[in-house]
Design a protein around this ligand. Structure first.
Ligand SMILES: O=C(O)CCC(=O)c1ccccc1C(=O)O
Ligand SMILES: [Mg+2]
Length: 369
């Protein structure tokens, strides 16, 4: 592939409703849509999923724009790419900045698949074309959580995840469970607890949760082992798993039974696939995490979820879960709780240029020499 141009578009959209986690409330979202174009004008699409502020990881839209423009895009444009799997190595001179790397790398994967005239899910060896879909309740109080959960269950989502935090945990889960005895339900704490809260975490065992996600610190793998040993509920790690080595450590220590894989958090599709393969070999379950993303990242999440280890419904909801109108055509739709993969080349979605024009706040094109 001879990549000649990269277009970086910063976009901004209001969420349909505020989204609350243990770390705060989100009302609007910025993101970066990345287009890589080859000498024939074929375009690959990627999305850098960092937020405006570093509340989930240390990256932001601004750090990603800097890294892309000043560091990663020049590395990409410096020489031809034969296969997207080469990029991990090329970017390895740069530490961290996983979301910036993943945004660019996924765009190159899309371009590669389009050049092969094959769906990207087929290119990566995916076998599942029907992806079960889950939705996330992010409410600041119990009543709002119940209203959200009712709507998601009605819409057919196959698994509900609920954000918990001290003061909105045991009671919240108890209330949701008493209304919905059989709905696959799980909790995500986004690191809101410490080992002092073990009794509370153990008490959640009574609600038959699918799993509890990231109860302890963002960088912890060791203490989660103690939580997993005390709880019947499987522990799932999200923030703690940033590299393949982290996944190896968590497996060696038996710190969790499940890993939430996010392409952005782990630095790209290649690494996401490696973590999937490792988990599969070691009997851990995996599912695809979400980032309240726009359609391009949603499309890449669907591609990843086609791999055979992805059995549990992930945080991949319909475009209309968060957005009045998404930036892709067609939008991602959930039918009977499932999303059907496209058999079109690449990610199978195109940019909605009218919508892009409405929501773009900044755009820059970088050309190779
Ligand atoms: O994309 C979604 O639907 C929500 C997924 C979610 O919970 C989330 C969204 C943004 C940042 C972190 C997380 C998380 O999984 O912890
Ligand atoms: Mg999480």
């Amino acid at each position: 592939m001879n990549i000649q141009r990269v277009i970086l578009s910063v976009i901004k959209m209001n969420l349909k409703a505020p989204f609350s986690t243990a770390l705060g409330t989100l009302w609007e979202r910025e993101g970066i849509i990345i287009q890589v174009a080859d000498e024939n004008g074929v375009i690959g699409l990627g999305e850098a999923v960092a937020f405006s502020t570093p509340w989930y990881t240390e990256e932001t839209v601004k750090t990603c724009m800097h890294m892309l423009k000043d560091v990663l895009v020049p590395i990409l444009l410096a020489s031809p790419v034969h296969h997207p799997s080469e990029l991990e190595d090329r970017f390895s001179a740069i530490r961290g900045n996983h979301m910036a790397k993943a945004g660019l790398e996924t765009a190159v994967w899309d371009l590669y698949a389009k050049n092969q005239n094959k769906p990207l899910w087929e290119v990566i060896g995916g076998t599942q074309m029907i992806i079960p879909s889950g939705a996330v309740v992010g409410a600041h109080d119990l009543d709002t959580a119940l209203i959200q959960m009712e709507a998601f269950v009605k819409q057919g989502y196959k698994r509900i995840k609920v954000k918990i935090k001290p003061g909105l945990d045991y009671k919240l889960i108890k209330a949701l469970r008493s209304h919905y005895h059989d709905v696959p339900l799980m909790a995500d704490a986004n690191s809101a607890y410490t080992l002092k809260d073990l009794p509370l975490l153990e008490a959640l065992d009574e609600f038959n949760l699918l799993m509890i996600e990231q109860p302890l610190a963002v960088d912890d793998i060791v203490q989660h082992r103690l939580v997993q040993r005390k709880l019947n509920t499987p522990v799932c790690l999200d923030e703690s798993i940033v590299t393949l080595h982290d996944a190896e450590s968590a497996i060696d220590l038996e710190s969790c039974k499940v890993i939430n894989i996010k392409i952005g958090r782990v630095g790209g599709l290649s690494n996401a696939i490696k973590i999937h393969d490792l988990c599969l070999q070691n009997g851990l379950e995996v599912w695809c995490g979400g980032m309240i993303e726009f359609g391009v990242s949603r499309a890449h999440n669907l591609v990843l979820s086609s791999l055979k280890g992805f059995k549990i419904p992930g945080d991949i909801s319909a475009s209309n879960r968060y957005w009045d109108e998404d930036i892709i055509l067609p939008e991602v739709e959930v039918v009977n709780g499932n999303i059907h993969l496209s058999s079109k080349a690449g990610i199978g979605f195109e940019l909605n240029h009218n919508r892009m024009a409405e929501v773009t706040t900044y755009e820059e094109e970088i050309r190779g020499s």
